[in-house]
Design a protein around this ligand. Structure first.
Ligand code: URA
Length: 435
């Protein structure tokens, strides 16, 4: 393999074969340095600019997948379902979808990540629960999946190390934004996680990786093609991320919203996306009609069985199970809690996801660098959403902050961000379904 020849071919718009991609990536990971960092950076940039074919995207997924360990879920008794979101603001869907599917008879082993930038991470949310541990051994994961039906934990072993190495380089070479590179990165991790059915929530909007529905749909279609081709039932929803999905934006606040959502009937934007993802996954995994899958899921939601499953999962992973009975007492509380009154009356015309995510991050809920700590108690709790009518003086949101100054600054910024008008078109939440 001649790295310069492969880079040149990619630069000139040519296609590389599986064997060539395998040799190139292995050469980069090998200690002998047969592919230098600069060469990998040049290759990635050539791919971002010239694009990759479907065959190359599949081949890259295979090469990444081959680089590490894989979870074997074949001993589990139920249909195994994994769920993945491309990341958003106020997106605690995993913590609803996993127990919901488990209560409906499936088994969910979800290896999650941490938040970076304006988007949240499931592990940070779970660690906001007092005592909760996300570090489980492979044996503990399997035992809990069998006993309770769901596990949400940090990655075990050495799953897809090539993706870790390439992602770190993409991050600093402006080469994250490629549909094929994102799809192969996401799908290699999903395939390594072992589930028979994969349901993807591909976000579209200002708070998402993909700004437009067209780009999000292209990513979703590619991921679904790669997953189905690898023999996994793979489905995707494209969902709106122009405005926060849930009302809690901050780690502990999102856990509170999850519990409060599962305690009530499935209504509202957040519940709608959770139910749609679970319905898509359950129908694909079992072959039952989507309407029947939805009925079964609404049944376990309204009976309290899904909340009870979440409680058992939290207890099994060392967390305080009382969080499911008294979330606002058990979750950590920020020292300063400040309501933000609306300056005027009107309709909420715009409440932008990314800016609200950044605001919550500025209070300490998120991290700028991978090793930063996050504060479990702080964030923004939205009391209105796009389309709502508000009166002057009515609270738009509550700020949860460490200091008075931080709360006051966040309140001022939030007032700027909520745009009031005379018209407010409420866009649909679920934009496309791809299978
Ligand atoms: N998330 C991933 O896992 N990989 C990417 O490349 C982008 C987002």
């Amino acid at each position: 393999m001649n790295p310069v020849e492969l880079i040149t071919r990619k630069r000139d718009g040519g296609e590389l074969a599986l064997e060539e991609l395998r040799a190139f990536v292995s050469g980069y990971l090998a200690e002998d340095g047969s592919v230098m960092e600069g060469q990998m950076g040049a290759f990635l940039m050539a791919g971002v600019l010239k694009g990759f074919t479907l065959a190359e995207a599949r081949a890259l997924t295979t090469v990444l997948l081959e680089s590490g360990d894989r979870l074997d879920l074949s001993d589990l008794r139920g249909p195994t379902i994994d769920k993945h979101s491309t990341g958003g603001v106020g997106d605690g869907t995993t913590l609803v979808v996993a127990p919901l599917l488990a209560a409906a008879g499936a088994q969910v082993v979800k290896l999650s990540g941490r938040g970076l930038g304006h988007t949240g991470g499931t592990l940070d949310k779970l660690e906001a629960i007092p005592g909760f541990s996300v570090q489980l051994s492979g044996e503990a994961i399997m035992a809990q999946a069998e006993a309770i039906g769901c596990v949400v934990a940090a990655q075990t072993g050495d799953l897809v190390p090539a993706d870790k190495a390439l992602y770190a380089l993409r991050d600093v070479t402006a080469t994250v934004e490629s549909t094929a590179l994102i799809a192969s990165s996401v799908m290699s991790k999903k395939l390594a996680s072992g589930a028979g059915t994969i349901v993807l929530d591909v976000k579209a909007g200002d708070g998402a990786f993909m700004g437009t529905v067209e780009d999000a749909s292209a990513l979703a279609e590619l991921c679904v093609a790669i997953g189905n081709d690898a023999g996994r039932r793979t489905r995707a929803l494209v969902t709106d991320m122009n405005t926060p999905l849930g009302s809690g934006i901050g780690n502990g606040l999102e856990v509170i919203e999850v519990v409060e959502t599962l305690r009530t009937a499935p209504e509202g934007r957040f519940a709608e996306v959770c139910l749609a993802l679970a319905t898509t996954g359950l129908a694909a995994a079992t072959g039952i009609d989507p309407a029947d899958a939805r009925d079964r899921l609404v049944g376990v939601w309204e009976s309290g069985a899904a909340l009870e499953t979440l409680q058992r999962m939290i207890e099994a992973q060392g967390g305080d199970p009382a969080v499911c009975d008294r979330p606002r007492e058990v979750m950590p509380v920020a020292p300063v809690v400040l309501d933000v009154p609306s300056p005027t009356s009107g309709l909420v015309a715009r409440l932008p996801a990314k800016a609200v995510g950044l605001l919550s991050m500025s209070l300490g809920a998120g991290r700028q660098h991978a090793n930063d700590d996050v504060d479990p108690a702080v964030g923004v709790e939205l009391l209105v959403q796009e389309g709502d009518a508000v009166e002057a003086g009515q609270p738009l949101a509550t700020i949860h902050a460490r200091t008075d100054d931080a709360a006051a600054a966040a309140a001022a910024r939030l007032t700027e961000l909520v745009q009031l008008g005379e018209d407010a078109a409420v866009p649909p939440t679920i934009l496309r379904t791809i299978e």
